[in-house]
Design a protein around this ligand. Structure first.
Ligand code: FPP
Length: 279
């Protein structure tokens, strides 16, 4: 996607190469509760401030040409939180879907949801569906919200779908490949994340995109999600690019060859494909 000159300068100033921005960034937005509790607020206020971070990061991602941004907003386990927190989060989600629609249309942002939307309250589901439908053709940035999401359930659901196809005689078991599984997941058609960010210092995947992150670079920051802004995102991108550069050096090039123009010119996708092949 087109990156403006001002975004390009901002990136360069922070040591981020505008030509090697990851296509897909996934974020485990953690630490809202701790952020609020540490300041004597209700946990829900932490989620509200987390929503402000979501808006800021979506806008920044769009400006710098990220194509897909996946946000872990509500896991299946989150249903077990106190009722008031769950309903507060649902209200925030509904309001986000409703109030952000205009901005999404103006900025070419497409909303998509993975997870079990049927479990969401009807009004929240309806608000999300309206925005998903209205933004369907937008192509600048896809924001993928994981809601009532469990990666294991997503994989089990893909297995059920494939088993049904086998039972119907549409495909043979031998025809089930990594590609057919990937195409049966909620993320069908979306490239795997290049970078996964988790805030608040926890070092866990927490049942998020388990299939899709097989080769994803993981970046953990101590910053709590309500404090996460452009500079934190820049640092994650910088770390990502440092790792990518290292990878260019170890990937089967003759010694000293790693930084040749040819190696540098390899797209992230091509490098990732080579990494897969090497494993
Ligand atoms: C984890 O923090 C965060 C969540 C369970 C919810 C994430 C929701 C938002 C960021 C706000 C709304 C989202 C959108 C897309 C509008 P936590 O509560 O587990 O924090 P803790 O580990 O400090 O308790």
């Amino acid at each position: 996607m087109a990156v403006s000159n001002s975004a390009r300068s901002k990136l360069l100033l922070r040591g981020v190469d505008p030509e090697r921005i990851p296509r897909h960034v996934a974020i485990i937005m953690d630490g809202n509760g701790r952020w609020a509790t540490a300041r004597g607020y209700d946990r829900l206020y932490g989620h509200q401030r987390g929503k402000t971070s979501v808006k800021a990061i979506v806008e920044f991602a769009r400006q710098i040409g990220i194509e897909y941004l996946s946000l872990y907003a509500f896991s299946t386990e989150n249903w077990q939180r106190p009722g008031a927190e769950v309903s507060g989060l649902m209200r925030l989600l509904k309001r986000y879907a409703t109030t952000e629609l205009d901005r999404m249309m103006k900025n070419g942002v497409r909303l998509r949801v993975i997870g079990n939307m049927r479990k969401l309250p009807r009004d929240v589901r309806d608000a999300l569906r309206t925005t998903i439908e209205a933004t369907r053709k937008n192509r600048e940035l896809t924001v993928m919200l994981a809601l009532s999401y469990s990666a294991r359930e997503e994989i089990a659901s893909a297995a059920r779908a494939l088993a049904r196809r086998v039972k119907r005689g549409d495909i043979e078991p031998e025809e089930i490949t990594e590609d057919t599984v990937a195409q049966s997941l909620g993320t069908a058609g979306i490239p795997d994340p290049d970078l996964l960010i988790r805030t608040s210092g926890e070092v866990r995947l927490s049942n998020f995109l388990l299939w899709q992150v097989a080769y994803t670079e993981i970046y953990i920051t101590e910053t709590l999600w309500p404090d996460f802004r452009e500079p934190d995102f820049m640092e994650a991108l910088r770390q990502f690019q440092v790792r990518e550069r290292r990878f260019g050096k170890v990937e089967g090039e003759a010694p000293g060859d790693g930084d040749t123009a040819e190696a540098e010119a390899l797209s992230l996708t091509a490098r990732r494909a080579r990494l897969r092949a090497a494993h």
